[in-house]
Design a protein around this ligand. Structure first.
Ligand code: PGA
Length: 249
């Protein structure tokens, strides 16, 4: 794998106007030599401007892509369009898309194929709801999402997996180290069983209320190779602190 193993990924979701590019300027100034790979997934409207601004120092990604390469799909964006605008990555199967747009594992699977066709790295999100966790189903839910969302034969250079318990996203309620370790160890075993060495090398991110104050504790957990950060990625000071914590982990 050519990329550094550790990855700090920011998901701006439906946030960000031109004025917010100041946060990228500040991040570039404050973190000139990060000890990890840094990825930001802004709204598609900012991709090209962010790419121009960061000149490759920050990797960029989309937040979704369509299964088709082009065609009559009003409002959608294809993987090739993301690449054209400067993206190297795309987040797929985020729980907000699974919930708001009814995306099934089968849809996510086909989006991953579309992303890989365009040579994007797919950041595939999985994670249980609170009801599922309370019912003792966290591992079985994550196992099924991995089994059905990931295509056969993928490599560690093509796929990043993000474990994002739905109950921890945007709630300030972070999963505890034991909860994260249990799921990440399970994901590693599952990926190794299916993909062998590639599964061993695939990067596993934790996501859900990651903040400067809890980042170091999360990055110390086994099989955590980085984070997918929502709210705290919008401010350079907060995301910079998370990047620094990952660089030192
Ligand atoms: P959060 O979002 O950090 O705001 O909880 C994480 C995500 O949804 O990727």
């Amino acid at each position: 794998m050519s990329a550094p193993r550790k990855l700090a990924a920011g998901n701006w979701k439906m946030n960000g106007l031109a004025a917010d590019l100041d946060q990228i300027r500040a991040l570039l100034r404050d973190q000139p030599n990060p000890g990890c790979e840094v990825l930001i997934c802004p709204p598609a409207t900012l991709l090209e401007r962010m790419a121009t601004l960061s000149g490759g120092a920050i990797k960029l990604g989309g937040q979704d892509c369509h299964i088709e390469a082009n065609g009559a799909h009003t409002g959608d964006i294809s993987a090739a369009m993301l690449v054209d605008a400067g993206a190297d990555y795309v987040i797929l199967g985020h729980s907000e898309r699974r919930a708001d747009h009814g995306e099934s594992d089968a849809v996510v699977h086909d989006k991953v194929l579309a992303a890989l066709d365009a040579e994007l790295v797919a950041v595939v999100c999985v994670g249980e709801t609170l009801e599922q966790r309370d019912a003792g189903e966290a591992l079985s839910v994550v196992g099924e999402q991995l089994a059905e969302s990931l295509p056969d034969g993928v490599s560690a250079a093509q796929i990043v997996v993000a474990y994002e318990p739905v109950w921890a996203i945007g709630t300030g309620q972070v999963a505890g180290p034991e909860e994260i370790a249990e799921v990440h160890d399970f994901m590693r075993e599952t990926l190794v069983a299916r993909f062998g060495e590639e599964g061993a090398a695939m990067r596993l991110l934790y996501g859900g209320s990651v903040k400067p104050g809890n980042a170091a504790e999360i990055f110390a957990v086994s099989n955590v190779d980085g984070a997918l950060v929502g709210g705290a990625s919008l401010k350079a000071a907060d995301f910079g602190a998370i990047i620094a914590a990952l660089g030192q982990a």
